[in-house]
Design a protein. Structure first.
Length: 214
């Protein structure tokens, strides 16, 4: 249990600290290069889906937030069961990362609309205000998720002869995401890649002592 709590708290602290920093020091759309032309801190917001994907409308936003809360509860029960059954440390780490990432984005949806002013209603090139006098920009569970990690590793154009997309810009990797998204993705990928080892029956993983004959 201690390992899971440490992982979840560490991810949440890093995720929320970076989001708060970006939200209160950068204006929407502002970008800063960290490493050349392939790693930027680019401030953007979305309705709550991973890697900048959207689910439109207030109803869609509410359904997405409720779905995430239910998912976190189910993941929490799963994690508790794994710990109780003395599952492998690797499996506990994977599930803890997924749970931490889900909680991180839920916190944005729950509270950012209440504690920040409208990012679209602010004067151009002006940062958001924490706890504004006029109140927040949205109700409970309707806040937008803050994204900022942008890795346009390849930024070029399709050749003119390329079918349908000739001359158009091509960017790899184009999604903008946050630490919570990274945590979820890392946990899921580890589960997929190492699933045979992580979910192997415990008796198969425990070496059997050789029988000693008199």
């Amino acid at each position: 249990m201690k390992k899971a709590v440490i992982i979840i708290l560490l991810v949440l602290i890093l995720d929320q600290a970076l989001k708060m920093f970006v939200k209160t020091t950068m204006y929407l759309g502002e970008s800063h290069s960290i490493f050349g032309n392939w790693f930027f801190i680019h401030f953007t917001e979305n309705e709550g889906m991973a890697f900048g994907m959207r689910l439109g409308g207030n109803s869609g936003k509410l359904l997405l937030s409720l779905f995430r809360i239910i998912a976190v509860i189910l993941i929490g029960f799963w994690l508790h069961r794994i710990i109780k059954q003395k599952g492998s440390t690797a499996l506990i780490v994977c599930v803890s990362l997924i749970m931490a990432g889900a909680i991180g984005n839920i916190l944005d949806s729950m509270f950012y609309g209440l504690i920040f002013n409208d990012p679209m209603g602010i004067t151009v090139n002006q940062v958001a205000t924490l706890f504004p006098k006029e109140g927040g920009y949205a109700g409970f569970l309707h806040g937008k998720v803050v994204d900022m990690l942008y890795f346009p590793i390849i930024d070029t154009h399709f050749p003119s002869w390329f079918p349908f997309y000739g001359g158009e810009e091509f960017v790899f990797f184009s999604p903008i995401f946050n630490i919570a998204d990274s945590s979820i993705t890392t946990g899921v990928l580890m589960l997929i890649i190492f699933q045979r080892r992580l979910f192997k029956p415990r008796e198969e993983m425990t070496p059997v002592a050789p029988e000693i004959k008199d």
